[in-house]
Design a protein around this ligand. Structure first.
Ligand code: FES
Length: 164
């Protein structure tokens, strides 16, 4: 998690309570509530955990467990841009691990984190259905195929202000 994004970016307890109350009546309400909160705020703020637990009569640990079990739920606000890198088999066989290593060693960016300037979030995904162009990724939802070191450096330079 990026401590720089810790502040109250976008979280509003009154709105969160309203969203929780609206979905609490549903069967198996935890996931619909979490999806609705993420849709509203872009992530699941940790201050929502006790609100959900109280509304659904669950422990905080149960709510936290659900949030951490599903990779789609973010625990911190994302960056302005998002690079989703495929780490599934075909992309692995085409060297995606080396690219992730490059991100960490050369750019100090880790999967699951956001650059210190808030410009770029790196996420892992597992098969984008673009195996023919592996290593594959999505940059702000747009497919990027045959990802290589130069492309990684370019993306980081443009969106995270870092240099190789
Ligand atoms: S394994 Fe990466 S796109 Fe299919």
């Amino acid at each position: 998690m990026d401590a720089g994004n810790e502040a109250n970016i976008g979280f509003d307890e009154v709105r969160a309570r309203a969203i929780i109350a609206k979905h609490a009546v549903l069967q198996g309400a935890t996931l619909p509530i979490l999806h609705a909160l993420q849709h509203e705020f872009g992530y699941i703020d940790r201050r929502a955990t006790p609100l959900i637990a109280d509304a659904l009569n669950l422990s905080r640990a149960e709510v936290h467990g659900t949030v951490s079990f599903y990779h789609d739920f973010k625990s911190a606000p994302g960056g302005k841009h998002t690079l989703k890198i495929c780490r599934a088999e075909a992309c692995q066989s085409m060297g995606v691990d080396k690219l992730v290593e490059r991100l960490e060693l050369m750019h100090r960016l880790k999967v699951g984190e956001t650059s210190p300037d808030g410009g770029l979030t790196i996420e892992a995904v597992y098969c984008l259905g673009n195996c023919a162009l592996s290593p594959a990724a999505l940059l702000d939802g747009e497919p990027v195929g045959r990802l290589d070191s130069a492309a990684i450096d370019d993306i980081v330079t443009r969106h995270a202000g870092a240099r190789a």
